[in-house]
Design a protein around this ligand. Structure first.
Ligand SMILES: [Cu+2]
Length: 279
């Protein structure tokens, strides 16, 4: 009787653990454009930059794991090999030039090895490629507005994007969405109308502060169509948690159609309204 109960407990425990592992695994696989329950990794990147950030991070985790295991090994070795019982007569050594040089130079080399890919990533992020589309993003307490400047392809309108609680995903969907074409360089100019906000898009691989009186610029080139969600990433007030971002990446034809519709659907930009000069 006892054994049966113990067996039952064991198998239900096993089922719980395997359920957990399955959900963790699915969490690793999912996460396109939005966070998933039990997600542990980053959201799937849809720009080269986002994927590079992810693999750099994974590399750093492995590196820290190796270093941690090495240091833990050294500590355990000292505890068990050089305690009073196993090593009653301690060595009188106070210096060892070789070891001292090694423990200075090896960490420096590790840091340099980390700095190289890190700087390469920064350089890509700060690059200024020729823009196919320019969008001005303005943070407000507590929503975002988007301006599409007039170009020969269309545009010349502005609209607000507010949280839409009737839509899924919960607290991430907005009534209007920023729409951009796939495989095109989109330059985003970010500013704020009141307090500091931050335009954070995990799957596009960047976060840009929206500072009143300043224009921050970033860029992305999404290579996968879809709807991607982000949030304000600068604590900006009581409704900070309720100013999500939705970016829809569509085909070039769908984008052209959306631009044409936007002309009548959204507010026209004044003729006098000008965006900062971007190449
Ligand atoms: Cu905010």
């Amino acid at each position: 009787m006892r054994t049966t109960q113990a067996q039952r407990r064991f198998s239900s425990g096993l089922a719980a653990v395997s359920g957990l592992l399955v959900s963790c695994h699915s969490a690793f696989a999912a996460g396109i454009g939005q966070p998933e329950p039990w997600q542990m990794g980053r959201q799937v990147g849809v720009t080269e930059n986002a994927r590079d950030i992810h693999s750099f991070e994974v590399g750093l985790h492995w590196l820290s794991l190796v270093i941690s295991v090495f240091v833990l090994g050294l500590i355990l070795w000292c505890i068990f090999r050089f305690n009073e019982k196993t090593n009653p007569t301690p060595s009188k050594t106070t210096h060892n030039t070789m070891i001292e040089v090694a423990w200075t130079i090896v960490p420096v080399l590790i840091l340099v090895a980390v700095a190289i890919p890190s700087f390469r990533l920064l350089r890509t992020q700060l690059a200024d490629p020729k823009a196919d589309v320019i969008v001005k993003v303005i943070g407000h307490a507590w929503y975002w507005s988007y301006e599409y400047p007039q170009t020969d392809k269309g545009g010349g309108f502005t609209f607000d994007a507010n949280l839409d609680e009737s839509k899924e995903p919960k607290l991430l969907a907005t009534d209007n969405e920023m729409v951009v074409p796939v495989n095109k360089v989109v330059k985003v100019q970010v500013t704020s109308a009141d307090v500091i906000h931050s335009w954070g898009m995990p799957s596009l691989g960047f976060t840009t502060d929206a500072v009143p009186g300043r224009l921050n610029q970033t860029w992305f080139k999404a290579d996968r169509e879809g709807t991607y969600h982000g949030q304000c990433r600068e604590l900006c007030g009581t409704r900070h948690a309720y100013m999500p971002i939705t970016v829809r990446v569509v085909s070039e034809e769908a984008y052209a159609q959306w631009l044409a519709e936007g002309k009548t659907k959204f507010a026209r930009l004044d003729d006098g309204s000008k965006l900062a000069d971007a190449r």
